[in-house]
Design a protein around this ligand. Structure first.
Ligand code: URA
Length: 194
């Protein structure tokens, strides 16, 4: 499935009960040819209302943090979630919801073909890196699987709840920037307009 068919099929998805309560499917956003990809857990209220990932308060914090390492979703990364529909009351997605939904993300990953995937929070890391992922101990570490480097940072909502975690997240982001420069330096090359 190419991008267009994938998107239109995903928008109609009724593979789990989250379809009953969603306003919008939150497919993903950003540059489809980027070498850097971010993955969160699932839409919150603002994302459900707009159909775009990470546009609420946590999303704004993420946008601000990533701008410090010259990452911008309109220029050099793609962002999506493990589940595409909002879990009611922002509860964690269930394993069966993750399983029903993960095929969409797997195909997005194939199409983007990133060199590095940064998981936002424990849930994304537990699906993409290791089922027993411990975010407090394992954030900022790099793992390689099938030619893709994976890492995880604290979820922006966790950084809003506990700002004491921000300095270590900034250290993780600096290490991620160095890794991006090593793996795919073109991420940081300004495209000449002429
Ligand atoms: N939290 C997530 O994990 N994803 C979003 O898109 C928004 C908030």
């Amino acid at each position: 499935m190419g991008w267009e068919e994938l998107r239109s099929e995903c928008m109609k998805c009724r593979r789990c009960a989250l379809a009953e309560t969603r306003t919008n499917v939150v497919f993903g956003d950003g540059v489809k040819t980027a070498k850097v990809m971010f993955v969160g857990e699932g839409p919150g209220e603002n994302e459900d209302l707009t159909g775009l990932p990470f546009v609420g308060r946590g999303g704004q914090l993420l946008t601000d943090m990533l701008s410090l390492i010259d990452l911008d979703r309109s220029k050099n990364f793609y962002i999506a979630n493990i589940v595409k529909c909002r879990p009611p009351q922002n509860r964690d997605p269930s394993h069966s919801e993750e399983e029903a939904c993960i095929g969409w993300l797997r195909r997005q990953i194939e199409l983007v073909s990133p060199k590095i995937i940064i998981c936002l929070g424990r849930i994304a890391a537990s699906v993409l890196i290791d089922t027993d992922f411990k975010i407090t101990r394992e954030h900022g570490k790099f793992y390689e699987k099938d030619g893709i480097v994976y890492t995880a940072i604290y979820h922006p909502a966790a950084l809003l709840r506990d700002p004491r975690r921000r300095p270590e997240t900034f250290e993780d982001l600096k290490a991620i920037q160095a890794e991006i420069k090593r793996l795919c330096p073109e991420t940081y090359e300004e495209k000449s307009r002429f």
